[in-house]
Design a protein. Sequence first.
Lengths: 840, 612
Amino acid sequence: MDCYTANWNPLGDSAFYRKYELYSMDWDLKEELRDCLVAAAPYGGPIALLRNPWRKEKAASVRPVLEIYSASGMPLASLLWKSGPVVSLGWSAEEELLCVQEDGVVLVYGLHGDFRRHFSMGNEVLQNRVLDARIFHTEFGSGVAILTGAHRFTLSANVGDLKLRRMPEVPGLQSAPSCWTTLCQDRVAHILLAVGPDLYLLDHAACSSVTPPGLAPGVSSFLQMAVSFTYRHLALFTDTGYIWMGTASLKEKLCEFNCNIRAPPKQMVWCSRPRSKERAVVVAWERRLMVVGDAPESIQFVLDEDSYLVPELDGVRIFSRSTHEFLHEVPVASEEIFKIASMAPGALLLEAQKEYEKESQKADEYLREIQELGQLTQAVQQCIEAAGHEHRPDMQKSLLRAASFGKCFLDRFPPDSFVRMCQDLRVLNAVRDYHIGIPLTYSHRYKQLTIQVLLDRLVLRRLYPLAIQICEYLRLPEVQGVSRILAHWACYKVQQKDVSDEDVARAINQKLGDTPGVSYSDIAARAYGCGRTELAIKLLEYEPRSGEQVPLLLKMKRSKLALSKAIESGDTDLVFTVLLHLKNELNRGDFFMTLRNQPMALSLYRQFCKYQELETLKDLYNQDDNHQELGSFHIRASYAAEERIEGRVAALQTAADAFYKAKNEFAAKATEDQMRLLRLQRRLEDELGGRFLDLSLHDTVTTLILGGHNKRAEQLARDFRIPDKRLWWLKLTALADLEDWEELEKFSKSKKSPIGYLPFVEICMKQHNKYEAKKYTSRVGPEQKVKALLLVGDVAQAADVAIEHRNEAELSLVLSHCTGATDGATADKIQRARAQAQKK
Amino acid sequence: MAFPHRPDAPELPDFSMLKRLARDQLIYLLEQLPGKKDLFIEADLMSPLDRIANVSILKQHEVDKLYKVESKPAVSSSEQLCFLVRPRIKNMRYIANLVNADKLAGRTRKYKVIFSPQKFYACEMVLEEEGIYGDVSCDEWAFSLLPLDVDLLSMELPEFFRDYFLEGDQRWINTVAQALHLLSTLYGPFPNCYGIGRCAKMSYELWRKLEDEEDGETKGRRPEIGHIFLLDRDMDFVTALCSQVVYEGLVDDTFRIKCGSVDFGPEVTSSDKSLKVLLNAEDKNGRALLLCCRYTGEAGRYKLQFCVRRRGMDIKQMKNFVSQELKGLKQEHRLLSLHIGACESIMKKKTKQDFQELIKTEHALLEGFNIRESTSYIEEHIDRQVSPIESLRLMCLLSITENGLIPKDYRSLKTQYLQSYGPEHLLTFSNLRRAGLLTEQAPGDTLTAVESKVSKLVTDKAAGKITDAFSSLAKRSNFRAISKKLNLIPRVDGEYDLKVPRDMAYVFSGAYVPLSCRIIEQVLERRSWQGLDEVVRLLNCSELAFTDMTKEDKASSESLRLILVVFLGGCTFSEISALRFLGREKGYRFIFLTTAVTNSARLMEAMSEVKA
C-alpha cells in the first residue's frame, strides 16, 4: 500500500494529485513536438500533428505531413499537406479535424485523414490573414475564433451551422494582444484578451474593459490565460510570475500564487473535476511542470522531454515523445481508501478482504469493526466507487472483490451499482486498450460522454466488431445498438471502391439481413454519395419499404423507377411528388407517355389537373387519343367555361367531332341535338321572350305549352322526335297544371291515347278534380278499370268490376280500400263473391 | 321485442375512446394557436365535428367566431384564422384567395390550416403555387373514425366512392389503412382477415405494411376483434341500389340521415319548427326506443303498407300500441311521436308515388322476370318526370341485373333521359359506364357459351391497350349467375312473415338476400374462400379475394365471434340490419366500419354531373 500512494502529491491540506502513465507511446515521431502544430481531442480523442514549416523563416522546400494518431500513439492517418499554410489545428466535438489556414479557409478532415469539406471565415479574414485561431467547444458544437492581421476577431460558435460574427473593435489596439481566449457564458461566446496591463471582454455588441478583483499590483502584461473545461474558471499568468485564479465572470477571486518564474509558460491549463475539493492550474515550461492551487506550496514535476498538455473534464493528459500520462486530483473515494493509515470503512473493508484471502482471522476483526460502526453499506459503496477511478485492472479487481466480499454480509444490498460498475469497467478497459486507444476515465465516460457517443466514436474509428460486442454485452436494444452499427459498417463498406458492386451488395445483405431498424435506403444514399449509382440501386432492392426508395431514386435521376416504386408503396403523396418531379424533368410528350403506362399515376394527375390545370387535362386526352373523354371535356366546357352562346355551340361542335372519332355515334348525335336545341332556344327567347336557354327539351316543350304555344310545341316535338307516349304524358301534365280541362278533353279525343286513360284519371285526381277524373274512368281499359275506379273513390263500382273479372288480386285490392262502416256492404259483397269463386 | 341478442353474444369494444382521442387531438391543435381565433369549418366537417366537440368546447379553447368555408368570402376581424378542412384543392383556393386579399390590403394575420384526416401533397402544392405556403402553417387532425352507433364506425368520407370507383384516385386508401392501424393499436391485432376487391386488397396490404413498420406494439396483445372482412362497394352495387324498407333505411331514403342524426321537417314534427334527432343507440333509453321503432319499422313495408290497412290497424292504433309499451317515459314519448310522425310522412310519400309498383318492379328485376315490363315501367318513370335520381337508379339496377342493357333500350332510355333532364347527363352516363353501373350489352353477349371467351378476349386486348385501370369493358356484373349460385332469391312458400324473420332477406321483405352480406356469411362459415371459387370468378375478382390467418391462436372464443366488416365505398342501413340479424342468429356481433353510410340516391348523385 505504501507503494501505491507513492505517486500522490499533496497540494495544500486537503487534496492529493497523482500522475500515472496511460500508455507508453511508440509513435515514431520524426519531429520534435515543439516544431509541430499539435491538436489533441478531448475525451481521450486522437492527436493530430502537422510539422510547421511556415513558422521558420526559411521557405518550405518539402511539403509537410499531417499525421493523426490515436491517444495511444497508433497511427491512424498520414497525408501530405498540399494546401496553404496552416495557423492552427483543432478537433471538433464530432472528432473532425479543423485546420485553419492563413487565408481564413478552414479545411475539415475525418479521423482517417479523409477530406470532408471546407468553409471560409469570410472576406475580412481573407484580406487581413489569420494571425491566430482557436477551436473551442460550446453547447451547440464546436466553434472557431480567429484573430486577424488587423487585430480584429471573427468567430463562429458552431461550424456545423456556420454563422460568422465579427466582434467589435478594441479601441486603440495597435498590436496583437499578448494573450486571448474564448469564454462561453450564458450560451454566448465572448473573447477575453489582454493588452498590456488591460483586459478587454468582447461580446457581439461591445468591447468592455474588465479588471479581475484582487489582482496583485504591478502587473504590466499578461502572458498566458487559461479557461477551465467547463468555462467556469479563469487563470491569468502575469509577467511578474504571478498567477491569478478566479471565476470566468471575473467577479470572484479564488486564490493567487506567485511562482517567481517570469518566463512565459508554454501552456497553462486547469486541472479540476466537477465538485472537486481543490481547483488547480497546471503550468508548463520547457522542462518544468507546476501544479498550483490555493496552497502556499506548489507541486513540481520535471519534464524530461517536450510535452503537450490536454485539458480534460477531470484532469490533464500530458503526452510526449515516449509517454502519455494523466494528472488528476485523487478522487475522494480513492483517497479515503488508500490514504496512509486511513480508517475509512472502505479502507477497512479492503484490508479485511486481503486478510480473508490470506486466511487470517484479522479479516473478521476488521469486518466487525466496520459493522459495529454500521458502515458496511458505505464501505461497499466506497469500494465500488473507488474501483471506477482506478486505471489498472488489478486494482479495479481487488476493490471490486472487496466490495463483493462486503456485500455478503449485507442483507438487501441493491446489486445494480455493483453490476453496472463491473459492466462499465469492462467496457472502459476494452476501449482503453492499447490497440483502441481511447483513455477514458470513469467520470468521463459515465457521466459525460454516454455509451451512445462512445459507440459512435468506435464506429468513427471503424472498430465495428468491438462496438457490436459492447452493444451485445450491455444488451442494448437492437435498433439503438447493433443495427445502428451494422448500418454504419455498411456505409463504410460501400466506400471500398476496389470491391465490385455485386460483392458489396451481397456482403451487406448477408450481414444485415432483415435486422430491424436498418435503413437500406440510407446506405444506398451513401453509396450514391460515393458515386456508385449502380450499387445504390442494388441496395435499394433490399429496402422493404418502397416509400423509402423513392427520394433517393429521384436524386439519382431514376425517375421512372421511382414512379413505379412510389406506386408500389401505395402512398399517393409520394406518387405525386414523383409526378411533379417528372413533369419538370421530362418534356411534355415524354411525361405524358410515362403517365400512360401508369394508370394510377395518371388518374391522380388527372384529378389534380381537373382543378388546377384544365388545359393540361385536354392535352393529356389528346395525347392519348382518348376521344371519348375529350368529348366529355368539351361538353363540360360548353356549360361551365363558356358564357356566350356561340362559344357554347362551338364547344359542343368540338365535342361532337370528338365523339365521332371515338365512334360514339349516340353521344355525337345527342350533342348535335343539343346544339340545335340551343340555337332554337335562342330564337324562342328572341321571338317569344321569357327564358328558354338551358332548359331541357322536355322543359322547353312544357314551357311552350304552358305559354299557350301549342303549335310550336308540337313542331319542336316532331323536330326532336319525342316519342308519342312521352309527348302525351307531357301534354297531359302541362294541361292539367294549367287546369285547362277543356283543352285536355279535346286532346284526349284527338286520337287514341298511347298511354291509356288511367294517367288522365290520376293526373286529374292529383289536381283534386274528381269531376274531370270521372269523365275518363269509362275510357280506361278493362285491366286498369278497378284501379281507376278506386282512384276516384268509387269503391262499390270497383267491387262490381272486380267481381265481374273474377280476379283475386283485384278483389283484395278493393277490399283493402274498404274503410269503416261506409263500405261495409261492399266488403260483404266481395267476401260473398270470393266464397262463391272458391266453391267453383 | 326487437330480437334480443343471444345471451352468449360477445360484448362490443368501447369505441367512445375514439371520440375522446379525436377531441383531445383537436384541442391540442387549437391550443397550438394560442389566443382568440376564428375558425373556418368546411361544411362537410360540421356534423362530424359536432359529434366530437360542441361549440362550448371550441369556445373554451378560444375559438371566437365560427364560419363556414363556402364560395363567398367571409369577413372576419380576428387576427388569427384557423381553417378546418378536408384536403381538397377547392379549399386551398379558398384559403389562398383570403390570404392574398389580406396581403393586398397590407394586413398580416396568422393562418393555420388543419387538414382532416390528413394532408395531401397536392394541397401543399397548390398553396405553394398560390404563393402562400410560407404564410400558413399546416397541421393534420387524424380524425378518421367517428362512432355513429355502438357498432357503427364511419369515416365520413362520402367522396371516397366517387374518387376511387369513378376517378380511380387511390389517395384515400392510405387513410383507410391508417384507420385500421389505429383500430388494431387500440383493440389488438386481427387474427383472421378476409377481403375481396381491388381496393380491399390494397388497403389491406398498406395496413399490413404499417403494422410491420411499427411492429412490437401490437404484437403480444390479445386480440379483441377476431375477424376482419374488407369488401369493395363495387362487389355489390345491387343491394345499394335497392329501395330500403328497414326503418333506418326508410328514414335515410326519405329524410337523409346525416352523421347519425336526422332533421325532421315540419311535416313530421307537426309544428312549424324542424327538429334534429339523434338516431343511435348510445344511451339505454334511446336504445329501447330505437328497438321499438325498429320493430315497427323493420316489420317494414309489411306494417307500413298492408298491415295498417288490411289488418285494420291504423297509425292511431299503432301509436297507442307503442305508447303503451313505453308508458310513463315522457321524454321518449315525445321522441317516439316524432318517429311515428316520420312513419306517417314516409307512408304518405311512398303511397303517393306508388311505392308498391316500384317495389314490385325492383323485385322483378332482382328475380329476372318480366324484363320487358320493367323496362317500360322505367320508361314511364322517366316520362312522368318522377325523379331524375330515381330513374337513373332503376336504369342502373336493370343494367346490373341484366349484365347491361340491350342496345336498343340503352339508346332509347338514354335519349329519354337526356331530353328530360338536360344534356349534361351525357357525362353522367359516361361516368356510369366507366363505373360499370350502366352498360350496354355487347352483341352476342347473351349467349352463355361464347360469353366467357368474349370477355376473355376483351380483357386480353384491354391489357395492352386500355390505359384506364377502371375500364369497365371487361367488367360484367354476372348478377344472375351469382344470385343462383348463392341462392339470393329465397323460395318462399306462402307469405313471408316479417315478424319472424327467417333469413337476411327480411331486410328486403323476404325477396332478396343482400349479396354483400351473403358473401360475408359464406366466407365466415368456411373461414376462407374455399369452395367459392366460382362466385369469386363471377365477381371478376379471381386475384382479389384473400384470406390471411395468423397461426398462433391467442384469440379467445369471445373475440372470435366479433367481426369487423369494412365497407370501402359505403354501406347501407339495410346491410347493417341484415348483418345484425345474422349476428343474432349465429351468436356473432358485427362491427361496421364504412367510408360513409350510403344509399341509392347518394350513389347516383356521386355519379351525376350537375351544372355548377
